[in-house]
Design a protein around this ligand. Structure first.
Ligand code: GCO
Ligand code: MG
Length: 454
């Protein structure tokens, strides 16, 4: 379909909506399309199929939603990766959303978003939001493909030439972390997240001690790997950043993720103590359940704060943003409602001069990372983008996966999100269902055996 045909369709669709709208209870998406008084060659575009594709090219389970249309070869992709409960998302997509979506006009993104969101009566939460978000991203992919332009153009065009990213650096000693930070700077990275492990402690983002050799030491290590000593961790972080500033200098922007692993008051203490090391941001000082502590943190520390990867309900970020209590919003696109929601969150944050730093770990599929590219290029109040290193296997599986060069991420000029998924290859990487719980989520304990936040 060429751009002229697409634009005629949109005009006809809108005209028709106007005709039908007055007084009828019908949904714009479903009814506006079929009864077109103005015959067209292809007729209004329809959604013909919606499915969730699971694959696992690396060690992480990924879920991608594919929305197919009545126009041969025109389909959209969206990321719906909730890796910890991935099969529940498939059920939500295929058992609940697909029957509702088939026959709808994919053009009506906002109407479809609201219908999906309201249709469960009980809203938000990780499963339903991932399902809805995957469909949403796919609809934006379709719309930009029909418009014959990369999505960022539809979102308002470029605000920058490339996207600064940060990379993850971890080690078992401060010296090892410093060496790896230097290597990352060599590779062109200007932003580096640094995490160090505490021997015998379950560390987030940093491997633990050298791999044990005997069965006995393996058992000891795996048991130890589930025990978290918050005090030891709390003491280790300032030492790490003191060492990094002394050995790597002030040029590099340093980030750290507390991963909600400290008691709120200790996180406040740590943020104060880290002020002298001028972090670019300190992430997840509190759990979403403890956002009430932000006002106390704000009063005591000027360390920039990033928060949001665990959010999947607007009430979790509205007060934070309107209270100017965080500096970076870190939402996970498929947890908050996809591109439609992220645009609104970015716009809201813009009025409070809060910058975006979308959550971009390994459990975001390359389709999600591609969506980040279009948002990050077109958002003025962009801050930084988290990204992972994509392996050749992943790139083969997802042609169009964003490029990272010299500490900057780049998309392509293809229409839509600019990414695809090779379904035949995807089937070669079936997901593993065991162990059911990822990493140590739900198994992390205090030394006295108390379950801890992940
Ligand atoms: C990050 C995150 C991730 C999460 C993971 C959960 O900042 O990248 O904290 O590492 O822990 O996405 O599945
Ligand atoms: Mg994090």
């Amino acid at each position: 379909m060429n751009r002229r045909h697409f634009l005629r369709q949109v005009v006809q669709g809108a005209a028709l909506a106007g005709l039908i709208g007055c007084g009828s209870e019908t949904s714009i998406a479903a009814d506006s399309a079929p009864e077109s008084p103005l015959p067209t060659s292809a007729g209004p575009l329809k959604i013909t199929k919606v499915k969730a594709i699971l694959t696992m090219p690396e060690r992480i389970r990924l879920c991608v939603v594919k929305v197919e249309t009545s126009e041969p070869g025109l389909y959209g992709l969206g990321c719906a990766t909730f890796t910890q409960r991935i099969r529940t998302v498939v059920t939500a997509v295929e058992q609940y959303l697909a029957p509702f979506l088939v026959g709808q006009n994919p053009d009506q993104i906002e109407d479809i978003w609201q219908a999906m969101y309201q249709s469960s009566y009980w809203r938000n939460g990780p499963v339903l939001m991932n399902a809805l978000s995957g469909v949403d991203m796919a609809l934006w992919d379709i719309k930009a493909k029909r418009a014959g332009m990369p999505l960022y153009q539809l979102l308002g065009g470029r605000c920058r030439t490339g996207i600064p990213v940060y990379t993850h650096i971890a080690g078992i000693t401060n010296e090892q972390v410093a060496d790896r930070v230097k290597a990352a700077i060599e590779d062109g990275y200007r932003y580096v997240r640094a995490q160090v492990s505490v021997p015998g402690n379950a560390n987030y983002g940093a491997g633990s001690a050298p791999t044990p050799t005997t069965q006995r030491s393996r058992e000891q290590a795996s048991a130890a790997a589930r025990v978290f000593n918050p005090a030891a961790y709390r003491r280790s972080v300032p030492k790490l950043f003191a060492h990094l500033r002394k050995t790597v200098g002030d040029e590099v922007e340093l980030l750290h993720d507390i991963h909600e692993r400290l008691a709120p008051i200790d996180a406040i203490g740590l943020a104060k103590e880290l002020e002298q090391y001028h972090l670019f941001f300190l992430e997840d000082p509190f759990a979403p359940e403890d956002v009430g502590y932000f006002k106390h943190l704000r009063q005591q520390s000027a360390t920039p704060i990033a928060m949001g990867e665990l959010f999947n309900n607007p009430n979790e970020w509205l007060d934070l943003v309107s209270g100017r209590l965080n500096d970076f919003i870190r939402c996970h696109l498929s947890q908050v409602g996809g591109i439609s929601a992220a645009r609104k969150i970015a716009a809201l944050c813009g009025f409070y001069n809060i910058r975006t730093a979308w959550h971009g770990p390994g459990d975001t599929s390359p389709v999600g990372h591609a969506a980040h590219v279009h948002l990050d290029l077109s958002t003025w109040n962009f801050g930084i983008q988290e990204v992972v290193r994509f392996t050749p296997a992943t790139r083969d599986l997802f042609p169009g996966t964003p490029e990272v060069r010299n500490g900057m991420m780049y998309g392509n000029e293809k229409p839509g999100l600019g990414i695809d998924l090779n379904e035949t290859l995807a089937a070669k990487y079936p997901i593993r269902d065991n162990p059911p719980f990822d990493l140590d989520w739900g198994r992390l304990r205090d030394r006295d055996g108390t379950i801890r936040r992940p």
